[in-house]
Design a binder for this molecule. Structure first.
Ligand SMILES: Nc1ncnc2c1ncn2[C@@H]1O[C@H](COP(=O)(O)OP(=O)(O)OP(=O)(O)O)[C@@H](O)[C@H]1O
Ligand SMILES: [Mg+2]
Length: 346
């Protein structure tokens, strides 16, 4: 039986761009699917198709048991959507915005008011509840939009990058709300560029790039696919990077797209996937010492979803510019040589 969100062979083109290039999805009822991908991967397009806002060129989709193309109105009655760009009424106050949603869903005025107050509290908007949304900051609008999507708890929810632009405290708050929602039986599809977020919230993850699902599984499965542990070394001087790379290359294990030493020049950090555990670390330290490489830091770590992304797509997930000013943080392994190059934001 198909899950609460089901899609088969979705294709959507915009001119030359294949925003969706044959996407299949199946999300069991009561679970969270994380749709993970960089800018332009097709996440929003997928959400828009599944929420009836956009017609696909081909493929089919069933949401909450209803065919999305044949019965869009029925689907709309059963879903909630919070978009990447907040859809709040500027001229209403925060409280009025939420009460209005309640009324649209035919809640009794009193219930709508109680629910609005509850959500304003949850999303740290209580103090601003009676100001028009026009006066809200970007993060406040985002939170109001999310609150609006949660006025009623529909059986199926879609959230497109729900935490982009939220500060850590509000992000944490939203994670809690999402967990409660899912504990209450809601099926959720959420898109994110934050690998940590998918790791934290999603039962299953689909990694999308260029309109295709390039990997799927649980966070643990995806990490296992990327190989085991990594040795991470920070060398004392930039002049030592080449020698350190030579040493580490001997320890790299081969696999799909890995086994190579990656280097982040500005932090003097080298990373290589290894097999062997803690004992290996001592050997690496000895070998580095033997060639005169001084180390500032060395450690063994489990692969993160960032590693997964890099090994699957050949490039790192792009983060919001707010996080790293558009450079610095994310560097990318080039194809063959294991060189990392910086990629300009798209
Ligand atoms: N209405 C449109 N007209 C033309 N091209 C579009 C339109 N909507 C999306 N695209 C293109 O389709 C591709 C996928 O876009 P989409 O918005 O789905 O990506 P995304 O994964 O949501 O990206 P982001 O992380 O930046 O939100 C992009 O190349 C985008 O430019
Ligand atoms: Mg998007």
């Amino acid at each position: 039986m198909p899950g609460a969100i089901y899609a088969e062979g979705l294709v959507k083109t915009f001119g030359d761009v294949r925003a969706l290039d044959g996407v299949d999805l199946d999300v069991p009822e009561g679970t969270v699917l994380g749709l993970l991908g960089p800018n332009g991967a097709g996440k929003t397009t997928a959400v828009r198709v599944l929420t009836t806002l956009l017609q696909p060129d081909s493929g089919r989709a069933v949401v909450a048991g209803i065919d999305v193309l044949k019965n869009p109105d029925e689907v709309r009655r059963r879903i909630g959507l919070s978009g990447q760009f907040a859809a709040v009424d500027e001229y209403l106050t925060g409280r009025e915005n939420l009460q209005m949603v309640g009324q649209l869903y035919q809640m009794r005025a009193k219930d709508a008011k109680v629910r609005a107050d509850e959500l304003l509290e949850r999303f740290n908007l209580a103090d601003a509840a009676d100001r028009t949304a026009k006066t809200y900051s970007g993060g406040m609008r985002r939170r109001l939009d999310l609150a609006a999507a949660l006025v009623v708890s529909p059986p199926v929810m879609f959230m497109d990058e729900p935490t982009t632009g939220l500060d850590p405290r509000n992000r944490q708050g939203l994670w809690e709300v999402i967990k409660e929602l899912v504990a209450g039986g809601t099926t959720l599809l959420l898109t994110t560029q934050y690998l940590e977020e998918a790791d934290h919230l999603a039962h299953d993850i689909c990694v999308v790039d260029h309109g295709r699902v390039i990997a799927r599984g649980t966070s643990d499965q995806l990490k296992a696919q990327t190989g085991g542990e990594r040795v991470e070394v920070v060398v004392h001087g930039s002049g030592m990077i080449a020698d350190a790379r030579g040493v580490l290359a001997r320890y790299g294990i081969a696999g799909i797209g890995h086994g190579e030493v990656s280097v982040e020049d500005h932090t003097r950090k080298l990373t290589v996937p290894v097999a062997g555990g803690a004992k290996l670390l001592a050997e690496v330290i000895r070998d580095l010492d033997a060639v005169g490489v001084e180390i500032d830091d060395i450690g063994l770590r489990r692969p993160t979803l960032d590693d997964v992304f890099i090994s699957l797509t050949g490039h790192a997930a792009e983060r919001e510019a707010e996080e790293n000013g558009g450079l610095g943080g994310e560097s990318l392994p080039g194809g063959r040589g294991g060189e990392r190059v910086k990629e300009a934001a798209e």
